[in-house]
Design a protein around this ligand. Structure first.
Ligand SMILES: Cc1cc2nc3c(=O)[nH]c(=O)nc-3n(C[C@H](O)[C@H](O)[C@H](O)COP(=O)(O)OP(=O)(O)OC[C@H]3O[C@@H](n4cnc5c(N)ncnc54)[C@H](O)[C@@H]3O)c2cc1C
Length: 415
């Protein structure tokens, strides 16, 4: 059987490794951390995944935590009235919730990646604990039929050239700060179902809140995305997780007091329950050329890393893994040459381009027609539902989001 090396045990690498393994491929998976190290380590994401991405996991029977993880049935949007925080806590100008056709879920990557890694090894897969360097890959590209690099945003991306035409930003557009907590109160509006909440604070940033399933059971995630240099960009260098949480709550009290009201009794899930950082959204050339002439194919975040403002990276990683798996299976015994690698990425880009376009649009100040759309969704439930469901299928934004005429025509069709 064909021998495939997967470098990096995250959402895409593990999903691909387990998928290939189930089809009888001889798979080696290289991870720079053991399952126990991942489980006991720091949180890595908020990893909210929508229906299509979750279905790819179900198709491979990898949805091990589906019954335990909260079912996120809606997506709420609130907007702070611009400048209302100058004199005291901000006022809320817009507030609505769209219903998802299929539920979303967030399973802490510490739980999922550790569990999947153990499953891969139990099923006879070869798991190598090693932080791969470019020099290692040179050797491996000669001994494996295919080397897939699914190492996220780590150093191995240096093998893949940045695609400037598809990467409009060269600097990080948000400073990220995540805290996993127990003790968050229910949403006052529609507490009968779980929802992810997007709070937009114009000119300042965004606060996302969503339920998750973590190492200690059900929890909630408080996730600030701050415009660099602005009032939310205060987490750099904060080492103490309690200080990180205090800062998170102080900012909530000022900019999103309606969320702060249910957060007064929260505590961190664990010492690894916080994360801060930033990165520039980047699309790369999918084929890495090794010094010895070998070729490797980049997967998911290695080749298309979007800002998490739209909560798409894990979704895209799942969709990328599913597309690559199909391309590998369809290719049979033919060589995995450069032409196949490019065609395999192009198939994924058909999906990913919509995510990149939408995410980069959301990072920019919203034009008037998008403000109108978000405002109108408060009065027009079908618009709220459509917006929410486009998180599952971002290609739909083409139909009603980017062009003022299409937005106006869509809203007119509802009233
Ligand atoms: C703060 C934040 C919030 C987010 N929220 C969401 C969200 O709500 N929804 C969503 O869909 N996405 C979200 N994302 C994005 C999502 O987490 C990533 O896009 C997704 O995990 C990418 O999957 P991947 O398989 O490409 O890489 P990763 O999941 O990053 O996995 C890469 C793996 O490779 C390992 N590795 C790195 N270098 C090496 C090496 N040299 N050798 C061996 N192993 C190596 C790493 O340790 C890691 O385990 C968020 C991201 C961040 C930072």
């Amino acid at each position: 059987m064909r021998k495939i090396l997967v470098v990096g045990a995250g959402q895409s690498g593990l999903q691909l490794a387990l998928g290939l393994q189930s089809h009888g491929y001889e798979v080696t998976l290289m991870s720079n951390r053991t399952a126990d190290e991942i489980r006991a380590g720091r949180v890595m994401s908020t990893q909210c995944m929508f229906h299509t991405a979750l279905q790819h996991e179900r198709d491979l029977q990898l949805n091990f935590w589906e019954s335990q993880a909260p079912k996120i049935e809606g997506l709420g949007v609130s907007v702070a009235a611009p400048g209302s925080w100058a004199e005291g806590p901000a006022a809320r100008a817009i507030d609505w919730v769209g219903k998802l056709d299929g539920y979303a879920q967030s399973v802490d990557q510490r739980v999922k990646m550790a569990g999947w890694m153990e499953t891969f090894a139990q099923r006879g897969g070869q798991l190598v604990i090693h932080g791969a360097a470019v020099g290692d890959l040179d050797y491996f590209s000669r001994t494996y039929d295919l080397v897939l690099v699914s190492a996220g945003k780590g150093e191995l991306v240096s093998m893949f050239a940045r695609d400037p035409e598809r990467s409009p930003y060269s600097e990080p557009q948000r400073a990220l700060a995540v805290a996993y907590v127990h003790g968050l109160g229910p949403r006052p509006e529609h507490p009968e179902f779980d929802a992810a909440r997007c709070n937009l604070v114009p000119g300042v940033g965004e606060l996302f809140i969503m339920p998750t399933f973590t190492t200690s059971g059900r929890a909630d995630i408080l996730f600030w995305e701050g415009i660099p240099g602005g009032p939310l960009d205060v987490f750099n260098g904060v080492k103490d997780p309690r200080e990180h949480l205090s800062l998170t709550l102080e900012l909530m009290e000022r900019y999103t007091p309606w969320e702060y009201a249910r957060a007064t009794n929260v505590e961190l899930t664990d010492a690894g329950g916080t994360l801060a950082g930033r990165y520039a959204p980047t699309v790369r050339n999918p084929i890495g050329r090794l010094p010895g002439g070998g070729l490797v194919l980049g997967v998911a975040d290695v080749v298309v890393a979007n800002d998490p403002i739209t909560g798409q990276g894990s979704n895209s990683a799942s969709k990328c893994a599913a597309a690559y798996l199909a391309s590998i299976l369809e290719h049979g015994d033919k060589p995995f040459d450069e032409e196949w690698m490019q065609a395999t990425f192009d198939r994924y880009w058909e999906i990913a381009q919509h995510v990149t376009k939408w995410t980069n649009a959301m990072l920019a100040p919203p034009p008037e027609h998008i403000l109108n759309l978000i405002g109108a969704a408060g009065e027009l439930q079908p618009a709220a539902d459509r917006f929410a469901n486009a998180f599952d299928n971002p290609a739909d934004f083409e139909n009603f989001f980017y062009e003022p005429e299409k937005t106006a025509a869509y809203l007119a069709s509802l009233s």
